[in-house]
Design a protein around this ligand. Structure first.
Ligand code: GTB
Length: 218
């Protein structure tokens, strides 16, 4: 059965793997499942055909036979449940890995996204610089605790899991800032994730969407 996901035809990050299709690609690479990618423009994402797959007109979506999913968390959870490689066999360890997926999405990602969006949405406001400091500090509150919990370990709870995949992807969204440098163990954690062969394959594939369309010599 062919799996098809959607991704930006023209990702604003120019293939730096920050859009949320990257986490789905990485999960599929980790479990060794082949997949097709359908690229969609910003206009197509808001058309009824795409909204039938994704009620909010976004990427990524996931189609596998009769199943259509949206929300990167739900998609990765589905992949991890169906295929070996992203969740431990032990029931309690599995539950904890799932908790880390939720922690990445619900506790760590929101302040990072707010910080990421501030320059686009609020740069021209008189209070922008002041708010930026507040937003950075809110991110640090989460990173302080995360760094403390990770300590010297390679991964958050035993072996690499879907929880690490999600957390690494969320932390990568700090790429445009210097904040991660303040947390050497978290920076090393992200680097460990990025060094995984499955990550590299996923990254190269999504980068090729951008470089493949560059004019020669461009
Ligand atoms: N909660 C959903 C999920 O986890 O799947 C959120 C999905 C989402 O935000 N999708 C974004 C989207 O489709 C793309 S990933 N946006 C278009 C729209 O809403 O109209 C967010 C994103 C986009 C671009 C970058 N970048 O270029 O750096 C980073 C992250």
């Amino acid at each position: 059965m062919t799996t098809t996901i959607t991704a930006f035809e023209d990702s604003p990050d120019e293939g730096q793997g920050l859009a949320r299709d990257m986490r789905v690609r990485w999960a599929l690479e980790e479990v060794g499942q082949p997949y097709d990618v359908r690229l969609v423009s910003f206009a197509e994402m808001k058309e009824p055909a795409h909204r039938a797959l994704h009620p909010f007109g976004q990427i990524p979506t996931y189609e596998e036979g009769d199943l259509v999913l949206f929300e990167s968390g739900a998609i990765i959870f589905h992949i991890a449940e169906r295929h070996a490689g992203l969740l431990p066999d032990d029931a309690n360890a599995r539950a904890r890995a799932i908790a880390w997926m939720f922690a990445a999405l619900n506790t760590v990602e929101p302040p990072i996204v707010e910080l990421e969006q501030a320059p686009y949405l609020e740069r021209d406001r008189s209070w922008y610089e002041e708010r930026l400091v507040l937003l950075e500090d809110r991110v640090r509150v989460r990173l302080d605790d995360l760094a403390h919990r990770l300590g010297d370990a390679d991964w958050l709870d035993g072996g690499f899991s879907a929880g690490d995949l999600m957390m690494v992807m969320v932390l990568r969204r700090l790429d445009g800032t210097d904040i991660l440098r303040e947390y050497p163990n978290l920076a090393a954690y992200v680097a460990r994730g990025e060094a995984r062969p499955a990550y590299k394959r996923a990254f190269d594939d999504q980068l090729a969407v951008f470089t493949g369309r560059r004019p020669a010599g461009g």
